[in-house]
Design a protein around this ligand. Structure first.
Ligand SMILES: Cc1noc(C)c1CN(C)Cc1cc2n(n1)CCN(c1cc(N)ncn1)C2
Length: 422
């Protein structure tokens, strides 16, 4: 005889085939005390699929109309509880590391990483505008190395040559590098990826040789942009994603100060208010999204969809000429100089702020960020942190813009990007 209790319990045992249609399965823990049933329902942590074999047996008893013995009911509860404890114990990966400006005008930011066994520490530029992880190496000709730390695969017991694979990358400013590929253990801020593709430079362009504080890049764009051939390689984020607590990394870049990159979690202490998200088009491989408009100083907000890429590897903010001329029209003595290759102005000028929109949210870039640098140490002419994107073929929301916000790069499906005030 099937008791009411059994029928009630049966109604909760939704066949797993429906499981996929439901939110992460609720674990119902059957706790019987003297015939009364109290059901403690807890959501599977992070939606893990939990098969409870005793529950299958319990169903069989129900199916054939035979009252399940007490020990089976208790077994269902015992297994549920053990599974719940196990899920709670699963450590989900996260990482957090410094973003250190490499010079007094924040031309780029570097982050300490370790490669290999024993770990070799290099300072790399985490770059959401490219997808190659490449490093100065023991294979880089010594006349192209000037003070950089190098990765020596032969000194790492966990390095493996990815034979027959090569890479070659060219950046927007004409700089570039090329080389061969190893896999090795790679960590950022305590987050480890085993067998990360590490692209060892056989050649670097002169502007990299001259940048002694930058030992290479970690591409955090989409893996489709990776230049390794014949088979392209996954970025550090794509490799780490399956183990991350949340499929995100965040950038908290700072003006003339050290900020941070976090992986796998969003640190609520690093921003104020809400995070405003907007859609990302991941083709051809950049974090491409739109601004909802802009304003200059205290001027009215100009609503306008401005598509571009959020690129931590680009120093300045590049927007359509119409917007840039509207900005510098407010700056006494500003001019678009062919001689200096962009908008310049007297260093003593008072600059307005620049505000950009993400959906309904507004982010204001202080004037100091746009008074980027003197042309030379003794010059009274200064170069703008806001420049025209004409000729680039794309608008680039580089560090001058990104350091005015806390930015969440979300690898969810579909991907999205979030901005918050800080
Ligand atoms: C330029 C520059 N930017 O940061 C530094 C450092 C420099 C100058 N420095 C002498 C050499 C250099 C050139 C580049 N880098 N470093 C960093 C990566 N670069 C990018 C990345 C990207 N997403 N988009 C465009 N270029 C070009």
């Amino acid at each position: 005889m099937v008791s009411l209790t059994d029928l009630f319990l049966a109604s909760l045992l939704v066949p797993t085939s429906l499981g996929s249609a439901l939110p992460p399965r609720i674990i119902d823990t059957i706790d019987q005390r003297g015939g009364r049933v109290t059901l403690k329902q807890v959501r599977n942590p992070r939606g893990h699929k939990a098969f409870n074999p005793a529950r299958a047996t319990y169903r069989t008893f129900l199916k054939y109309g035979v009252p399940a013995p007490d020990y089976i009911k208790k077994a269902v509860a015992h297994i549920d509880e053990e599974q719940e404890e196990a899920f709670a114990r699963i450590k989900r990966d996260t990482g957090s590391a410094a973003a250190i400006p490499i010079n007094e005008v924040d031309i780029a930011y570097v982050t300490p990483v370790t490669i290999g066994t024993p770990p070799q520490t290099l300072m790399l530029d985490l770059d959401t505008g490219s997808s190659d992880l490449w490093v100065f190496s023991s294979l880089t000709p010594s006349n192209q190395v000037r003070g950089q730390e190098i990765y020596s695969p032969t000194k790492s017991s966990t390095s493996k040559l990815l034979s027959g694979h090569t890479w070659s990358i060219r950046y927007g400013d004409g700089s570039g590098s090329r080389g061969t590929v190893y896999t090795d253990n790679f960590t950022i801020g305590g987050l480890e990826v085993k067998s990360q593709a590490v692209q060892a430079a056989l050649e670097v362009s002169s502007s990299f040789t001259q940048e002694q504080s930058l030992d290479g890049l970690v591409g955090l764009g989409f893996s489709a942009l990776n230049t390794v051939r014949p088979s392209s390689q996954l970025t550090f984020f794509d490799n780490a994603r399956p183990n991350l607590d949340e499929e995100v990394f965040t950038a908290d870049l700072k003006y003339h100060a050290t900020g941070s990159y976090d992986f796998g979690f969003i640190d609520s202490k690093k921003y104020a208010g809400n995070i405003t998200y907007t859609a990302v088009q991941q083709s051809p491989g950049y974090w491409t999204h739109s601004l909802s408009g802009y304003s200059v100083g205290s001027g009215a907000f100009q609503a306008s969809q401005i598509s571009g890429i959020s690129d931590t590897g680009t120093t300045l903010l590049y927007l359509p000429t119409a917007i840039v001329t509207a900005y510098y029209r407010q700056v006494q003595g500003a001019q678009n100089s062919q001689y200096y290759g962009g908008y310049v102005f007297p260093c003593s000028s008072t600059l307005p702020t620049f505000t950009f929109g993400i959906e309904g949210a507004r982010f204001t870039i202080p004037a100091s960020y746009i008074n980027y640098t003197r042309i030379s140490p003794t010059s009274t002419t200064c170069y703008g942190g806001l420049q025209s994107s004409s000729g680039l073929g794309i608008n680039i929301f580089g560090d001058v813009a990104l350091k005015a916000a806390f930015v969440v790069f979300s690898g969810t499906n579909p991907p999205r990007i979030g901005f918050a005030i800080k």
